[in-house]
Design a protein. Structure first.
Length: 99
């Protein structure tokens, strides 16, 4: 469950980095290309945020199923240390890249 969760987080971060690169690092010659690039960049960033949220929900469900099946308790501190900063960074990234 943890490996799958980290794989989804890597995918989300890669999508958001790609979106940011399209928005901020690539220059375009025409206004049409700029508009298309802005739409694609924002979609990649939002897709990355959605992946983080859905992966977090799925991981929490998997962890709960495993704890019930194996009768063990797991700490939620690590989960929140990973997810909350990623969501905060995602929100800031969306805020910074909006026109």
């Amino acid at each position: 469950a943890e490996r799958t969760f980290s794989a989804w987080l890597r995918t989300a971060l890669a999508a958001m980095a790609g979106g940011l690169a399209i928005l901020r690092l690539i220059t375009f010659k025409t206004d049409v290309h700029k508009i298309i690039a802005h739409i694609i960049g924002e979609m990649l960033i939002l897709w990355g945020c959605t992946i983080i949220v859905l992966a977090s929900i799925d991981y929490k469900k998997s962890r709960n199923r495993l704890s019930v099946a194996k009768n063990m308790k797991s700490s939620q501190i690590g989960y929140f240390i990973i997810v909350l900063p990623l969501l905060l960074i995602s929100a800031l990234l969306i805020w910074v890249t909006l026109p």
